[in-house]
Design a protein around this ligand. Structure first.
Ligand SMILES: Nc1ncnc2c1ncn2[C@@H]1O[C@H](COP(=O)(O)OP(=O)(O)OP(=O)(O)O)[C@@H](O)[C@H]1O
Length: 602
């Protein structure tokens, strides 16, 4: 709220005053002006204006909402041109609009003659003029409302079995409705007050603005008092009606049926080969999964989310296949793939309570919905709306909704990001249990190697739209194929050095015993060592200074330095008595040190 003393309040107040002052001045002079409300032409003009504005607004809504929806989703030059062109009537003087219309529907034009001249000097003419001038108000407001809809919402609806029309009526339209209603109100008011185009196209029958002008030009200002009062009154009533809040949110008790456990189905293995483009970004990924739980790891912008959308059929591929077991999915629309999708952010539909969300999928079985509601600890929250749920509860609802649709494959795009650690942990474990109990293939996008370790048997490491390494999780984590993959897997201990002997690595001036990889002495190498593999061992071969001890709750992260030169991080549950500044002995299993020869020997 702007404070009264602030300059902003004064600036805003000045404009409000300017807008209201003429109305106040008019009403102050009204009592002595002798307004004549008895003229039957006045009431007929009011009726014509209100009826024509209502017909125009109806036409504008029926045609303008689909146009706005199309423009909000369309890309390309033609859509851009149409989007600009339909705003022209706003920029033109209404008289010019009238002249343009006459050249299309005037009595001597082809269209005009076809209608026997009935499109001018008629009620139809008033409607045509009003529609032309007022339509942009609705189209612009509705287009902004449609464009503001999170694209993940219709995408999720598609994976829940809703086709394009159903997505429009059940997802996009309800969300855009407040914007559309505001645009429609503006369009009605603009149509009701329309004069310039109307006076050219339809002088008769009198609409209220034309009648006001006729009174003014024939008799002078006093004769306009009654039509002005009628205009103000009608506009005021419509504005008041539009501001009534009729749709109150209701928390009705939800009567749900007893829970029916879902039928456990066979989880298919995924086999895909995807080639696709997203503007400048190209993706080429193929993988035949050996297990049913995949994780996609990779840096930001690697193409992980894009891959999920391609698997779900939400983006078009240039070529390739997506097989779930023996079934080819590539030609199927997302609503027919039976692939559940949980996008990165909350994807709950505004205006629907938890029970409606869970039952949103096409053909949802309320008994199964009840099962998932209970199973995911959402009992008691059935009547709540999305903004009345915590982040963790929202994810559970989205998961319950996807599972109620009985998908064979579930795609999860960083499902637990932005949740605090305990909630994230409990959801991860819940999902792990589900993976084991329900026949479900999962593909998880994550930045978190720990999450991948918990929820995937197989890992694909991606970068720039290609696979850097793929394989069983344990193999990929134990033997990253390159330093880049090691970094993406979150391996902390990395460095460069050279082979002092076939089984000795010299790095940062320290000699480490390594597995003999047949690398010639003198070969330059990059190396890595997972912190879990560095062990505290009283009899270990390396003496180290303790640099830092970080208590992570369940475990500790300890930073040590060998020979005052080589810093390593280790993770352990067993570090009692270790403090920064102390000393310890450590063991570095030679086979855990991964080596990659680098170009050039020295
Ligand atoms: N609508 C779009 N139009 C054009 N390019 C896009 C669009 N959406 C994403 N991209 C580009 O496609 C590439 C892959 O994006 P994607 O969202 O799949 O990355 P990601 O690996 O999931 O990243 P993050 O981990 O940050 O979510 C990125 O380079 C991104 O800039």
């Amino acid at each position: 709220m702007t404070r009264l003393g602030s300059p902003l309040a004064w600036l805003g107040g000045l404009l409000a005053l300017y807008l209201l002052a003429p109305i106040a001045a008019f009403f102050l002079r009204l009592p002595g002006a002798g307004a004549n409300f008895g003229d039957p032409r006045l009431w007929s003009a009011l009726e014509v204006s209100a009826a024509a504005a209502t017909v125009s607004a109806t036409i504008i809504a029926v045609l303008g909402v689909p146009l706005a929806y199309g423009l909000a989703r369309a890309r390309g030059r033609l859509a851009g041109f149409i989007g600009v062109a339909i705003q022209l009537p706003l920029a033109l003087p209404p008289l010019v609009s009238g002249i343009l219309l006459v050249s299309l529907v005037g009595p001597y034009t082809l269209v005009g003659r076809w209608f026997g001249g009935a499109l001018t000097d008629s009620f139809a003419g008033i409607v045509l003029a009003q529609t032309f001038v007022a339509a942009p108000f609705l189209v612009i407001a509705a287009r902004s409302a449609f464009a503001a809809i999170d694209p993940a919402l219709p995408a999720v609806a598609a994976t829940l079995g809703h086709g394009p029309l159903s997505r429009f009526f059940r997802v996009s339209l309800p969300i855009a409705l407040p914007g559309i209603a505001a645009g429609l109100l503006l369009a009605w008011l603009r149509a009701f007050g329309e004069f310039g185009a109307t006076v050219i196209l339809s002088y008769h029958p009198y609409s209220l603005p034309v009648f006001t002008y006729v009174q003014f030009s024939s008799t002078g200002l006093p004769a306009t008092q009654a039509p002005v009062v009628a205009s103000l009154f009608a506009a005021f009533v419509v504005l008041m009606l539009a501001n009534l809040r009729v749709l109150r949110r209701r928390h009705r008790r939800v009567a749900r049926p007893p829970a029916t456990p879902p039928v456990v189905q066979a989880a298919p293995r995924l086999d895909f080969d995807l080639a696709a483009r997203l503007d400048a970004f190209g993706l080429q990924i193929a993988h035949a999964a050996a297990t049913r739980h995949l994780a996609l790891l990779g840096p930001s912008g690697a193409g992980k989310s894009f891959t999920l959308r391609l698997l779900a059929g939400l983006e078009a591929t240039d070529a390739g296949h997506v097989r779930a077991g023996d079934e080819e999915l590539a030609g199927l629309r997302p609503e027919h793939r039976r692939i559940g999708y949980l996008p990165q952010h909350s994807s709950l539909l505004p205006g629907r309570n938890v029970w409606q969300q869970i039952n949103f999928g096409v053909g949802a079985d309320p008994g199964v919905a009840s099962y998932w509601l209970e199973r995911l600890h959402l009992d008691g929250l059935e009547a709540r709306y999305p903004d009345e749920l915590s982040g963790g509860q929202q994810r559970r609802v989205a998961l319950a909704r996807a599972l109620t649709h009985a998908p064979r494959i579930l795609l999860l795009d960083e499902p637990f990001s932005a949740l605090d650690a305990p909630v994230r942990d409990s959801l991860r474990r819940e999902l792990r249990r589900l993976q084991q109990e329900v026949g479900l293939t999962t593909v998880l996008v994550t930045h978190d190697p720990e999450e991948a370790a918990l929820l995937a048997d197989e890992v694909l490491v991606l970068d720039r739209g290609t696979v850097l390494q793929a394989g069983r999780r344990a193999d990929v984590f134990a033997r990253p194929s390159s330093p880049q993959v090691a970094r993406l897997l979150g391996i902390r201990n990395m460095g460069h050095g050279r082979m002092a002997a076939a089984d000795t690595l010299e790095t940062a001036g320290v000699r480490l015993v390594v597995h003999d990889d047949d690398l010639a002495p003198g070969t330059r190498v990059a190396w890595c060592l997972r912190s879990e593999r560095v062990r505290l061992d009283a009899n270990g071969p390396y003496d180290a200074a303790v640099v830092d001890v970080v208590d992570l709750g369940a475990s500790r992260e300890i930073v040590v330095r060998i020979d005052d030169a080589l810093e390593l991080t280790l993770r352990t549950v067993d570090a009692d008595g270790l403090v920064a500044g102390g000393r310890c002995r450590i063991d570095l299993p030679p086979e855990a040190i991964r080596l990659w020869p680098e170009n050039g020997a020295g």
